[in-house]
Design a protein around this ligand. Sequence first.
Ligand code: ACO
Length: 336
Amino acid sequence: MRAMPKLENPVPVEVIGAGYYLPERILTNADLERMVETSDDWIVERTGIHERRIADETMSTSDMAVLAARKALEHAQLAAEDVDMIICATVTPDMMFPSTACLVQRGIEARNAFAFDISAACTGFIYALATAYTYLASGYVGNALIIGAEKLSAITDYKDRNTCVLFGDGAGAVVLKRTGRAGHGIRDFILESDGRNAHWLQVPAGGSRMPASTKSIGERLHYISMEGREVFKFAVTAMKRTTVRIAERNNLKAEEITWLIPHQANKRIIDAAAQALGLDQSHIHYNIHKYGNMSAASTAVGLAEVVLHYNLKEGDYLLLVAFGAGMTWGSLLIRW
Ligand code: ACO
């Protein structure tokens, strides 16, 4: 499949603040052993997940996004009223409409921003960063608040062992700004989709195709349905290809990548992508063991964790890679 060409002379669009929020409640593999026929050994060996965070019933996706956004703005030392644009990547919006981004705008009182959501499943945060880059590079906005937030527990069937062991809740946010530091910030991205296999990963009911009904609820069609093996095979190929392609077209050797920040769906998928690049495991940021798969929030929280906790140095390269429902996949390269 053809990928769009590399960004030519990228303008400096940099991360100037980051924050994340994770619910306090922990759902362990031992808890799941009491809910479905599974085992800690199976889950750890097949996925690398030990536990995940679950939001309580009073907390929605936008509530978590607001908490992450406030931290990112504080870190960026940017007042909410000075935010120009808010993009929220999510597949678990509070409602069909309004957008979760508008609810975040209300929550943080960013009254001068415009706001919208992006739906690209687990690749959503990369799509959102790339979209924001184009707004910032064109000069249409001066800064942007980009969020990946999910309450996947709201669409997870805790009677289905094929899916319920995988997912968790959380939110991550970054503030992007166009700066004057040539050679820094977002350097390149690759966004790809293939709708032919959209049925591999979906929530069948609740949209216009199959509105909510007693039948749809009875048949448990408002939960994630997944063809796990197909998704796994696709994910390994897509993650390997996008990781290698973005590194090669930016003339980067594996040892020059400081942190790979991958989508956290399955540790085996992450390791396959890193191996294809020849990247040592010590340069991979993992959070799958403690948070599971948080869809768009996985890379958002991952990037925020790396920015806040890893003492980045000027010139460090951060490489985000993800795949998700759609099918969608992509990568984005940042030079610190
Ligand atoms: N505990 C115990 N056994 C299980 C469990 C479980 N939780 N889940 C499935 N099994 C069983 C299956 O029933 C199957 O049994 P069978 O052989 O008798 O049929 C057996 O384990 C092996 O199943 P596989 O599907 O072959 O297991 P696999 O090694 O592929 O791992 C997994 C399954 C972890 C789901 C893997 O396929 C995977 O990671 N797929 C990708 C998932 C993914 O990335 N999804 C993205 C969703 S993100 C989004 O967009 C919201």
